[in-house]
Design a protein around this ligand. Structure first.
Ligand code: CU
Length: 469
């Protein structure tokens, strides 16, 4: 009898451990079975909608334009093209709406302006010198792309964009065989492009990594496609330090073409990609299906955690974007020249949402809910944040994360700030603290950011705030 009881309890404990271990590794949801396009570029707007973009010269996609067909005499595949190559996703229910681009956006770049307008630049062929803008809208809206008459000074294919501290200007760096940078908007009419040695000298200067550093400089570095197998190496650097150097460590598995995202709790997610090879066209294989979480504050050797795996390979031309609610929208993957649904690694039209472990129901009692915070903040401004939480445990921090433009394993303009906070004061059923906005536009250029209240590593749903001068 006693032995029977013990056996029963042990079975129950094992079942509970199984349930918790799923939570502990996060979970996947198929959000949309057919988004119509394969999402090569993605950005989350401050209306919580996702702008998805492919290239135009794929031939037919699987979603039709809402209005007239596109008549582009320079288009190489379909001169009269009735298919959409961009769309807007509602991450609430997975619904997609076709958007209209007129010129080829293949391997282009982008960035949000301070006012939340998405700017998207370059591409191939007739899109090479194009500047396109989209003033975003909510899920019920009908915002769309606008193609500007003003061209880039140089054609740019595989360039990188970064919002600058000076309010409404971005720098556009490099592009295939383009050893220059330029600004948009121009500082004066007719301003051209400027040479930049680090991206000069050859065709392999694709998507240079460009970051705005806190001391107001920006750095560009080159990235090259590399051969098999993928490296396990992971580097971190205090880039603004006088004697900056990389500290290296090993990830649990090798990964190429992964996406690294700043999570709302200050940790980093590495998701998507392949275990060997490079690019598309059959040159990569062994998809890495498990995301890996990196906790920069943990002790060496304890920073990486392997999370729940998906069943969908996300290889070349796939994306990952983080929502204000903490989920990650995973979309795209096309290793082929056209939409190809046969053979290994078919063109991927499905959209998934990955929920990291912090969204698990087992954390509901300790997850803060922001009940009050300023919607507009100025540099150095001290503002009050109030929040509710059922169980108070551990430290409370506030993170402010940017909304990047993601393509080719690189989230352009991605940054994460931890804001200064005071000790908590109990107010009614909740808590209040004073939060100090960051000191200046080199730390966070004016733009829309997502602010999260984080208790003991568990983030609240984010609140969009406008960071002003
Ligand atoms: Cu590409």
């Amino acid at each position: 009898m006693a032995i029977g009881m013990v056996g029963h309890v042990m079975v129950l404990v094992m079942v509970l451990i199984q349930i918790l271990s799923v939570d502990a590794q996060g979970g996947w949801q198929l959000l949309q079975k057919n988004a119509g396009i394969s999402c090569m570029h993605a950005a989350v707007t401050h209306f919580d909608t996702v702008i998805m973009l492919d290239r135009t010269n794929t031939g037919p996609s699987q979603i039709k334009l809402a209005g007239a067909c596109r008549n582009q005499p320079l288009e190489r595949m379909l001169k009269n093209d009735c298919w959409a190559h961009s769309s807007m996703l509602n991450p609430g229910n997975g619904a997609v709406r076709p958007l209209r681009v007129e010129t080829d956006t293949w391997c282009s770049s982008g960035q949000f302006f301070d006012n939340g307008v998405l700017v998207q630049t370059g591409g191939d062929f007739e899109g090479n010198k194009k500047i396109r803008t989209l003033a975003p809208c909510g899920a019920g809206g009908n915002c769309d792309w606008k193609e500007l008459a003003e061209p880039l000074a140089w054609g740019r294919w595989y360039a990188s964009n970064q919002l600058l501290p000076s309010r409404i200007r971005q720098i556009i760096v490099g592009g295939r065989s383009e050893g220059t940078y330029e600004f948009y908007p121009k500082r004066k009419a007719g301003e051209g492009a400027f040479p930049l040695a680090v991206v000069a000298g050859g065709a392999d200067n694709l998507y240079p990594f460009v970051f705005l550093l806190p001391n107001g400089t920006y750095r560009a570095s080159r990235t090259n496609a590399v051969g098999a197998p993928a490296s396990k190496r992971c580097g971190r650097i205090v880039a603004a330090a006088g004697n900056a150097g990389w500290a290296m460590e090993d990830m649990p598995m090798g990964r190429t073409m992964g996406d690294m995202l700043n999570l709302p709790n200050g940790e980093v997610l590495n998701i998507n990609g392949a275990g060997n090879g490079f690019q598309g066209w059959g040159k990569a294989g062994n998809p890495v299906l498990s995301p890996v979480n990196y906790n920069p504050n943990a002790a060496a050797g304890k920073r990486f955690a392997v999370l729940a795996k998906t069943g969908i390979p996300r290889m070349y031309h796939s994306t990952a974007s983080i929502l204000a609610d903490g989920r990650i929208i995973v979309a795209g993957s096309n290793t082929h020249h056209f939409y190809t649904f046969t053979g290994a690694f078919p063109t991927e039209l499905r959209v998934e949402a990955f929920s990291p472990p912090y969204l698990g129901a087992n954390f509901n009692a300790v997850r803060p809910v922001i009940t009050g915070a300023s919607g507009v903040i100025k540099y150095n401004q001290v503002f009050t944040m109030t929040f509710n939480v059922a169980t108070r445990v551990g430290g409370v921090t506030v993170f402010q994360n940017s909304a990047p433009f993601t393509t080719h394993s690189y989230s352009q303009g991605q940054r994460s700030l931890q804001l200064k906070t005071t000790v908590l004061v109990k107010v009614g059923g909740g808590y209040s603290m004073q939060v100090t906005a960051c000191p200046g536009n080199n730390i966070a250029p004016p733009a829309y950011y997502i602010v999260h209240c984080v208790q003991n590593g568990i983030p609240s749903r984010g609140k969009w705030v406008k960071q002003n001068n």
